[in-house]
Design a protein around this ligand. Structure first.
Ligand code: E4P
Length: 212
């Protein structure tokens, strides 16, 4: 499972990179709008820090305008992936970008049907939003499992990118299901490294060494 950082903050990207476990970054308009300064400069910095894919979302809702944005975005860096909302206009955009050999990430995916259409249109990734489904009382992880079954049934190469991750159990469940990739906020990345027995064990080693 590839691990991406879900952030538009360059300090967070650097902190995650230092751990050697991050293979890409996903941003979205909400995350980028929290950052101060020129958003293109921020995206360029993130793309320089990370060798892998960096998803940046279009903000238009009509396909021709999305395509114009995409043309502009791909000039920022070679590792940009165009994030496109899962709408009818988004599908047109994904299809056209696929024809042009440009990688896409279909975002705001909440059902296997949406994921299948995005894959047919040629999306490189689909991003099912697990946490937001859980928030409304549905089982987000079940949607990941169903999408993976559908993609396997038809041997589709589109990668399932588990998104809207809230906690370490989401991470574990996505890994057990064999999701191709997951995007996580920095606090979740830090939590993944922790275990109380590690802390207790380390304290004992330190104490035994100090009192030898
Ligand atoms: C992923 O691509 C999205 O940016 C993100 O995971 C959304 O997460 P949220 O539901 O916590 O906003």
């Amino acid at each position: 499972m590839k691990i991406f950082l879900d952030s538009a903050n360059i300090d967070q990207v650097r902190q995650a990179k230092a751990l050697g476990t991050i293979e890409g970054v996903t941003t979205n308009p909400s995350l980028l709008s929290k950052e101060k300064g020129d958003w293109k400069k921020i995206v360029r910095q993130i793309c320089k820090e990370i060798d892998g894919p960096v998803s940046v979302e279009v903000i238009s809702t009509e396909s021709q305008a999305m395509l114009a944005e995409a043309r502009d975005l791909v000039k920022i860096a070679p590792n940009i992936v165009i994030k496109v909302p899962m709408t009818l206009e988004g599908l047109k955009t994904i299809s056209e970008l696929h024809n042009q050999g440009i990688d896409t990430n279909a975002t705001l995916v909440f059902s296997p049907n949406q994921a299948l259409l995005a894959a047919k249109a040629g999306a490189t990734y689909v991003s099912p939003f697990i946490g937001r489904l859980d928030d409304i009382g549905q089982d987000g992880m079940q949607v990941i499992q169903d999408i993976m079954t559908v993609f396997r049934n038809y041997d589709l190469s589109t990668q399932v990118l588990a998104a809207s991750i809230r906690h370490t159990n989401h991470f574990f469940q996505a890994a057990i299901l064999g999701a191709d990739a997951i995007t996580i906020p920095l606090p979740v990345l830090f939590d993944l490294a922790k275990h109380p027995l590690t802390d207790i064990g380390l304290a004992k080693f330190m104490n035994d060494w100090a009192t030898r």
